[in-house]
Design a protein around this ligand. Structure first.
Ligand SMILES: Nc1ncnc2c1ncn2[C@@H]1O[C@H](COP(=O)(O)OP(=O)(O)OP(=O)(O)O)[C@@H](O)[C@H]1O
Ligand SMILES: [Mg+2]
Length: 230
């Protein structure tokens, strides 16, 4: 489902060159739940952004479902992203001029929404515990509430792949547990492939696999025993 080969990301700031990712290789089968861990600055967000096709690689390949996204033109990439990928940014990235509900509906409208969109947006906001915040704008919401809106938005189009950067980073333990349950049910019921960047040991303990980055490299790729045997 996700195949990353020899991936590098170099940024040239003009005065110096930063090697952010130094050759990353891994593949994630459909339906796997992977946690990406590693210290601050190790390259986790950069890696996730590349897999989502939101940023371009310096070298290497990323394949999603047999398509090499590193080679796709932006318009094709946007379609693929809209259909297959739900993305939760570390900084949420809600649209400030849209209400919580309108933010959740956005991906659905971008793919030409016809069907159960509006009802589903309401239901998703209920599920993340924000039914009374539907008409609030992002500035009227706390960090944790914005994070939950961002999650509901990512679930909107029933993505085959959910990429989330610290999805529980700003949540108290009750809301964190609730989001974890949502993610686990998405994984179990819809076979959604989950790739989550997290520092949260509780969240990571539910993953079938933990990929640890350090300084732009994979230093550990751990898999639960029953998943290794498969
Ligand atoms: N546009 C940029 N220009 C220069 N350096 C960058 C740029 N983007 C990221 N970096 C650097 O690349 C490294 C990896 O950044 P990244 O955001 O991927 O880390 P991270 O593992 O997600 O960290 P955190 O846990 O703090 O979110 C950092 O040292 C960062 O300063
Ligand atoms: Mg990050």
């Amino acid at each position: 489902m996700i195949d990353v080969r020899g991936l590098t990301k170099v940024i040239d700031t003009g005065t110096h060159r930063v090697d952010i990712l130094k050759g990353i290789d891994f593949s994630v089968p459909k339906g796997q739940f992977v946690a990406i861990m590693g210290s601050s600055g190790s390259g986790k967000s950069t890696l996730l952004g590349l897999v989502a096709g939101l940023d371009s690689a310096s070298s290497g390949e990323i394949w999603l479902d047999g398509e090499e996204i590193t080679k796709l033109p932006e318009d094709k990439l946007a379609v693929l992203r809209g259909r297959k990928i739900g993305f939760v940014f570390q900084s949420y990235q809600l649209i400030p001029t849209l209400t919580a509900e309108e933010n959740v509906l956005l991906p659905y409208e971008l793919v030409g929404g016809n069907g159960d969109g509006p009802a589903r947006a309401k239901q998703l906001l209920d599920e993340v515990g924000l039914s009374d915040r539907r008409d609030h704008y992002p500035v009227q919401l706390s960090g944790g509430e914005q994070q939950r809106v961002a999650l509901a938005r990512a679930f909107m189009v029933r993505p085959a792949i959910l990429l989330a950067d610290e999805p529980t980073g700003n949540l108290d333990s009750a809301n964190g547990r609730h989001v974890l349950d949502l993610l686990l049910s998405l994984n179990a019921q819809q076979g959604t492939t989950l790739v989550l960047v997290t520092h949260d040991q509780q969240l990571a303990s539910h993953a079938a696999r933990i990929i640890t980055l350090q300084d732009g490299r994979v230093i550990e790729d751990w898999m639960k025993r029953e998943d290794v045997m498969k």
